[in-house]
Design a protein around this ligand. Structure first.
Ligand SMILES: C[S@@+](CC[C@H](N)C(=O)[O-])C[C@H]1O[C@@H](n2cnc3c(N)ncnc32)[C@H](O)[C@@H]1O
Length: 262
């Protein structure tokens, strides 16, 4: 798979993408990466990519010309046209299902905004626009790294162990179950006995229950699409009712965190 970025800060990507799992995945040829500098498609001495907004207002906007020229030029390179992704707080909310969709493309060009954003006409070049969440970042470089990381994890062989991505949060519509490692007793905080029992069926049942409880506490909006049985819905509702009662009684978020462990 080929990832490309178009940005005014092309140097920020490589340090992250050459480390750890991303670095190994690149070395194994699971994905390749190229960072383009938008200023390479400017024609003035100052390599200008921004200008003031019509109608006035704070800040500068990315000019249309360098974006159009760069995206058209990059798109004609190589055998396959890229799937062109823009970033904006006004875009579709990025989640694991978007990462799975993107994993199906051979080549993705991630276009990173800066300043107060882009001239609106540039968005006509986008195949899709993603928002990372309801907050404003300084630029699209972090969203681009988030997309690359979340997609590469899904590519065969990237994690080494194929099961790792299957078990994670959102893979079955639920948050991941609680996990523990040694020691079994840390300062009086004990790992649930069932996880030490060696009974795999009981461990699987405990993990499913833990995933449902955590999802009911932290992300009840996910439950509808998680294919719960009647019995599991009963458990989820009980957890949500208990959480609501605690909130009504004024308990804090820390209580919620502790509750979710078991
Ligand atoms: C300072 S932001 C522009 C914000 C814009 N003025 C607004 O209020 O929607 C500059 C760039 O950062 C990126 N960005 C900022 N927040 C983002 C978010 N939540 N999701 C995706 N991209 C974001 C976009 O590429 C955006 O063009």
């Amino acid at each position: 798979m080929i990832f490309e970025t178009l940005s005014v800060f092309p140097d920020v990507f490589e340090p992250y993408l050459s480390a750890s799992i991303m670095g190994r995945a690149q070395a194994r040829g699971i994905f390749s990466f190229e960072a383009y500098d938008l200023r390479d498609w400017t024609h003035d001495r100052h390599r200008t990519v921004d200008d003031a907004p019509f109608g006035g207002g704070q800040g500068m906007l990315m000019k249309p010309a360098p974006l159009f020229e760069a995206i058209r030029d990059i798109s004609t390179r190589g055998d396959v046209s890229p799937h062109v992704v823009f970033f904006s707080p006004c875009g579709r909310r990025y989640d694991e299902s978007c990462a799975r969709e993107l994993a199906g493309y051979e080549r993705i060009l991630l276009v990173c905004g800066r300043y107060e954003g882009m001239d609106e006409r540039a968005y006509t070049l986008a195949d899709e626009v993603f928002s990372l969440g309801d907050y404003v970042l300084t630029g699209g470089e972090l969203p681009a790294l988030v997309v690359i990381d979340s997609v590469v994890r899904l590519l065969p062989g990237a994690l080494g162990d194929e099961r790792s991505a299957e078990d994670e949060s959102f893979s079955d519509g639920l948050l991941e179950y609680a996990q523990y490692t040694r020691p079994a007793d840390y300062d009086g905080l004990r790992v649930p006995d069932v996880l030490l029992s060696g009974d795999h069926a009981a461990v699987d049942a405990w993990r499913r229950e833990s995933a449902i409880k955590r999802t009911a506490l932290w992300r009840p909006d996910l439950l509808q699409g998680a294919g719960l049985s009647d019995e599991e819905w009963e458990l989820a509702r009980r957890v949500m009712d208990e959480a609501k009662n605690r909130t009504d009684e004024g308990s804090d978020a820390d209580g919620k965190t502790k509750e979710a462990q078991h």
